[in-house]
Design a protein around this ligand. Sequence first.
Ligand code: ADP
Length: 378
Amino acid sequence: MLKNNKEVFEILYEAISEGILIVDENQTIIAVNSSTEDMFGYERGELNSKPLETLIPTNYHKGHGHHFNSFYKHSEKRSMGKGKALFAARKDGSTFPVEVGLNPFNVSDKKYVMALVIDITERKNYTDKLENTVDERTKQLREALETEKELNDLKTKFLSLVSHEFKTPLTGILTSSMLLSKYKLTEQQDKRDKHINTINSKVQYLNNILNDFLSVEKLETGKVNYKFVEFRLSKVVNEVIYNANMLLKEGQKIKYPDNIDDISLIQDEKTIELALSNLVHNAIKYSPENTTIELKVKQDKNNTTFDIIDQGIGIPENDQKNIFNRYFRAENALLNQGTGIGLNIAKTHLENLGGTISFKSKENSGSTFTITIPNKAH
Ligand code: ADP
């Protein structure tokens, strides 16, 4: 049985996990409970008669004296360390964050202050971690928002391009298919072939635009997965040339190597095909009738180089620096259909694969685009 309040108080004073310390007007410690001694790393009784500053980190000493005096004069209860971090010093000099409640009281006309000290290291670690997590998440959200905005812009652009770029070829397809149905006689096969070719090439063109847009979206959202397999270059070149043949203008010819059977690459086949198609299609599109487009291939120990050479309209010197920027189209190209996306995508992909793309061009005489790619992806 507890006998009286005093006994209850004594038990509480020693059992409580918070540090309790009492200082007088000279900031001298006159009593501490054992939790305070444990918290600050002192032996029993070692803190008695020591100045309060013993428990305060040296760099806070100057400010503290002033604060204590003003607090002591006004003598109101106060708690500290809840907002701005407050630090205390252990005997070994290490510091730790605390929350402190200050309670002034009087005994026989003498004023004292009782401080209740809580070690908040764990709480602070937790809060710091939480703040870091919140910062990190905010950053991720901001980036996601940025990507989302770019994709939105892209979609808006896509819609306006679709309505603009798709109209002409679709009208062409419609006209050709209407005319096709008029040629019913067997001997009119060449007329039918002409319209079938037109339809094929226009569908190909539309398909290319769609592929370009899908590529941009994949690149923007980081969804590109390159697959590195060994393949024969002749397979890709034949595929590119086969598709390009459908786009040739009257009298245009493509010259390409037929001795590349023993050249193989360990690379992303689809990407190489996409880049080559893009350059060959541009060479056709930006060259007049009756010209030759040439594809050259070279392989050395480490790299394979492709040159795509045309005798077309060329790129004006002023526009050359912007040619790889997305949506950029040179001033002399505006009469041809196009989106200004293809070269930008090709460059991004090729650089992702450790390759490069460059060109030399002279207005009204022709362009040479050069791709270099490592024989083996790293
Ligand atoms: P698009 O051809 O759809 O406009 P690209 O990104 O493939 O888009 O090309 C960007 C621009 O580069 C073209 O608009 C054109 O001005 C220029 N260009 C590309 N290839 C050639 C070429 N072989 N000859 C002349 N200009 C070219």
